[in-house]
Design a protein around this ligand. Structure first.
Ligand code: KE4
Length: 410
């Protein structure tokens, strides 16, 4: 174990500041990465890797994108956070609301977790109902009420829910099956008049990528409208990645509230929640829902987010789609199946690619772990779990994609 790892293990639980980084699902010692540029990262021994982690989604333009770095430098040079609304927040919010018209009003926070928990609070206040429905394998951050059979880190660590979540809190969260409208209808019927909201990753990405069945998202819209529950799209990963207006544009379904993160901060800590103006006017200081944050809307974060969204031009989306298509077609491995939406994909060690969490869980995770290390040895670094998505950036050009395909076939 390297010296820095020994020190890290003494300083942080498991030596990490987020569980998935400990490589428990794939074994071995994580590299110590010290530099990133474009589609690549370098470790402390100078080894180069083609990177499909991309900070788990935010770096859709690649590492150290010049426009993003310049924007961060200029905002930092102008001084820090002033404790009043600044022009950077307004500019980024304008870009977000232009591209996602379902968001009439929004509030910036500092993580996807904060955004999701705040959106649930608004939903409960707006409906006067206590229960929420999430999906098995869905991950919306680590707020108590959402760590109930969560996906992502929890699924990777095989912990259904989490220790420390009070039973009465967990009891307020119902679980349905992704791509199974009947399971949602059953929960709504069983708890008629008591469900405040259904929260869903419109493209599931925390059980690996699971593509929504054609009737799933429209069905959720119809069921929640009929039952007087709100529909919340968690677009922390899909937002501005799978289409200029996110999954809600791609699939043509308008949620009541949207949760955002990752890309809108250009790699810096960020989250946002927003939607119908009547709902967002429930939030303090206008309405009775309290939510606050010392560094919410920080000028440097807003500048990074604005530069990133401005860098997401039609041409870049075409490149992201072409790169995703080429990579998916090239990952032709025995016993493996690829699920993809745009520049978001997962290579599952099961065939065909799973349609829900149950099928995803049945993937051959040992085969994934072997593949992960083989790719690492060939200079490609993947998210260290079968239950994570690979993130392609605008910097992943044809040469990088073809080198990845070659490494996978080696
Ligand atoms: P954060 O609180 O980590 O900023 O966002 C939570 C979150 C909310 N919603 C979705 C759909 C998410 O994917 C996430 C966080 N994603 C994981 C990756 N699957 C972050 C990586 C990690 O936990 O270290």
């Amino acid at each position: 174990m390297t010296k820095s790892r020994v020190l890290a293990t003494e300083l942080f639980p498991g030596g990490v500041n987020s569980p998935v980084r400990a490589y428990l699902a794939v074994g071995g010692e994580p590299p110590v990465l010290v530099r990133g540029e474009g589609a690549c990262v370098w470790d402390d021994r100078g080894r180069r890797y083609i990177d499909y982690v991309g900070a788990f989604g935010p770096l859709v333009l690649g590492h150290a994108n010049r426009a993003v770095v310049e924007a961060i430098k200029n905002a930092a040079d102008a001084g820090g956070s002033f404790g009043v609304t600044g022009p950077g927040e307004v500019r980024l919010a304008e870009l977000i609301t232009e591209r996602m018209p379902s968001i009439e009003r929004l509030r910036f926070v500092n993580s996807g977790t904060e955004a999701a928990m705040s959106a649930l609070r608004v939903a409960r206040a707006a409906t006067g109902r206590d229960l929420v429905i999430k999906f098995e394998g869905g991950y919306h951050g680590h707020a108590d009420s959402l760590l109930v059979e969560a996906g992502s880190g929890a699924a990777t660590l095989s912990i259904p829910g989490s220790a420390g979540v009070a039973a009465p809190v967990a009891a307020q969260t119902l679980v349905a099956a992704y791509n199974d409208l009947a399971s949602v209808e059953a929960q709504l019927e069983r708890h008629r008049g008591k469900v405040a909201a259904v929260i869903v990753e419109p493209v599931a990405a925390n059980m690996g990528v699971i593509v929504p069945a054609p009737d799933f998202l429209p069905g959720l819209r119809e069921l929640t409208s009929r039952e007087g529950a709100l529909l919340i799209f968690d677009e922390v990963i899909t937002g501005f990645r799978v289409a200029p207006g996110g999954a809600q544009e791609l699939y043509g379904v308008r949620p009541d509230l949207t949760v955002l993160g990752k890309i809108i901060g250009g790699g810096l800590p960020v989250g946002a929640y927003g939607g119908r103006a009547d709902l967002m006017d429930m939030v303090a200081p206008v309405g009775p829902v309290y939510q606050a944050g010392t560094l919410s809307g920080h000028p440097v974060v807003m500048a990074a987010g604005e530069a990133t969204l401005r860098g997401l031009t039609p041409d870049v989306y075409e490149r992201l789609e072409a790169a995703g298509e080429r990579l998916a077609a090239g990952l032709d491995l025995e016993g493996a199946g690829v699920a993809r939406v745009g520049s978001l994909l997962t290579l599952f060690f099961r065939e065909p690619a799973p349609r829900d969490f149950g099928e995803a869980k049945a993937s051959n995770t040992a085969a994934f772990a072997r593949f992960f290390h083989r790719m690492l040895d060939h200079g490609v670094i993947l998210p260290p779990s079968q239950f994570e998505a690979w993130f392609i950036s605008a910097a992943h050009d044809r040469a990088v994609i073809d080198a990845t395909i070659e490494a996978a076939a080696a």
